[in-house]
Design a protein around this ligand. Structure first.
Ligand code: DLL
Length: 420
């Protein structure tokens, strides 16, 4: 199969929908569970000719994958599958995703495009501190950087002191990890000093993170921090990525993105926030047809000054499942992160405990004072945090200021919300 050059959006559309029709017909021919859903609606592959037609196809969710656990969602024979990755399941079981050799090639090319967009090349040393394993972060960054010819250092998470000295010794220029782990690396650098560090770019993702945390990471690590978005069901990292303009994430040509109202599933306009729904038109082993990500974003219908013509999406403030409803106001944990990050004397670490009282959601937030403060600073920090919460969020809630180091550090996705 010939592959489209990324960015050939206009000329590429016919080919994209042609490939999508072939994919849908394969699902029908092999009696894949998705084909049953199409048949129930009387939809045939040939009905899907363009972006407007896409909206008639049924959406899929993580439950479709989990209900067909472990391999019922796979669209190829076991002998054609060369890799399994997974996301943590909402019911405790992982949702396995399968890849053919072609899928791995496509993922690698896609991640090479993502990293190449900001100029990563064979002169770079890419330190991958995303976890390797069923989680897609480590392998995704590894494949992409490898295809670009960079020197890849497959570290995974943990042993942060050792990571920092290896970064210095090998001259890492690019760091790829979760923003939470980048923060941990920043703390170790605070202790050990930055001498000998050559970082210039960071690809951070796998969890929602605020612009305030971005500023803090850029300052601490001395790099440009770029947001990278993806999900295991859709392949892994590489659905979208920021360029150096940091003005929205460029959506990979391997995906067709829609934003819908999560209640009605009607499409919402460009610029309006909706749930991101993604379709992969050239994947082989694991169909992703109108997959509901549960992530909120809006699509940007304007060219990026960087010149890359792909459509863009705004940064994801969090999953719709993670929204807290406080006194009737929807609050994302990243808004709390913003409020915390703007108070001098607090670290960006925090944890939210959530419970219900007479039907209402209640929360308590534990923040942490930084090592350069003393207990004499607590009253001032409390006042400034109250002020910052009012300014950034608009509703008040109780919080505590814990001692430095009290909040557990994370090697991958931080656990921000504890349910009581
Ligand atoms: O987190 C894939 C990934 C790895 C993306 C490395 C980026 C970098 P999952 O473990 O399946 O896959 O989790 C997917 O994480 O639906 C979002 O809720 C969240 N997420 C991922 N990237 C971002 C981001 C990987 N940049 C889920 N901003 C997604 C906000 C993100 N949320």
């Amino acid at each position: 199969m010939t592959r489209l050059r990324r960015g050939e959006i206009l000329t590429g559309d016919d080919e994209k929908y042609g490939r999508l029709r072939i994919l849908l017909q394969n699902l029908i021919d092999t009696r894949h569970p998705y084909a049953k859903r199409m048949a129930e609606r009387g939809i045939r592959a040939e009905h899907i000719k363009d972006y407007a037609d896409l909206a008639v196809l049924p959406t899929t969710t993580k439950y479709d994958i989990l209900n067909n656990y472990p391999k019922g969602w796979f669209a190829r024979e076991d002998r054609e599958i060369v890799r399994i990755q997974a996301s943590s399941g909402v019911t405790g079981k992982p949702a396995f995703a399968a890849y053919t050799a072609g899928d791995i090639r496509m993922w690698s090319e896609n991640m090479a495009w993502c990293m190449g967009l900001s100029g990563v090349n064979e002169n770079d040393v890419v330190h991958v501190a995303f976890g390797y394993g069923l989680f897609t972060g480590g392998f995704g960054a590894h494949h992409g950087a490898g295809l670009l010819g960079a020197m890849v250092v497959p570290m995974s998470g943990g042993h942060t002191d050792r990571q920092v000295s290896i970064m210095k010794d090998l001259g890492a220029t690019v760091l790829a990890c979760t923003p939470s782990y980048a923060l941990r690396i920043g703390e170790v650098l605070d202790e050990h000093g930055r001498d000998g560090l050559s970082l210039r770019l960071g690809f951070f993702g796998a969890e929602a993170w605020s612009d305030e945390l971005r500023h803090s990471l850029e300052e601490r690590l001395g790099l440009k921090a770029l947001d990278m978005y993806g999900l295991s069901e859709a392949m892994g990292p590489g659905v979208s990525v920021e360029c150096q303009r940091q003005d929205g994430l460029h959506i990979s040509d391997d995906f067709i993105a829609e934003t819908v109202d999560p209640d009605t599933l009607e499409r919402v306009d460009y610029g309006c926030v909706g749930e991101l729904v993604v379709t992969a038109w050239n994947k082989e082993a694991f169909p992703v047809i109108r997959y509901r990500t549960r992530d909120l974003t809006s699509l940007i219908n304007a060219p990026c000054p960087c010149g890359e013509p792909t459509p863009r999406m705004t940064r994801v403030p969090g999953r719709s499942d993670d929204i807290l409803i406080l006194k009737g106001v929807n609050v994302f944990p990243t808004q709390i992160e913003t409020a915390v990050c703007t108070v001098p004397g607090l670290t960006p670490h925090f944890q939210i405990t959530v419970w219900r009282e007479r039907g209402l959601q209640k929360i308590n937030v534990v923040c942490e004072r930084s090592p350069d403060t003393t207990s004499d600073d607590i009253a001032r920090i409390q006042d400034e945090l109250s002020e910052s919460i009012k300014r950034n969020i608009g509703v008040t809630f109780p919080f505590e200021i814990a001692e430095p180091g009290a909040i557990p550090r994370s090697y991958d996705k931080a656990v921000r919300i504890l349910k009581r």
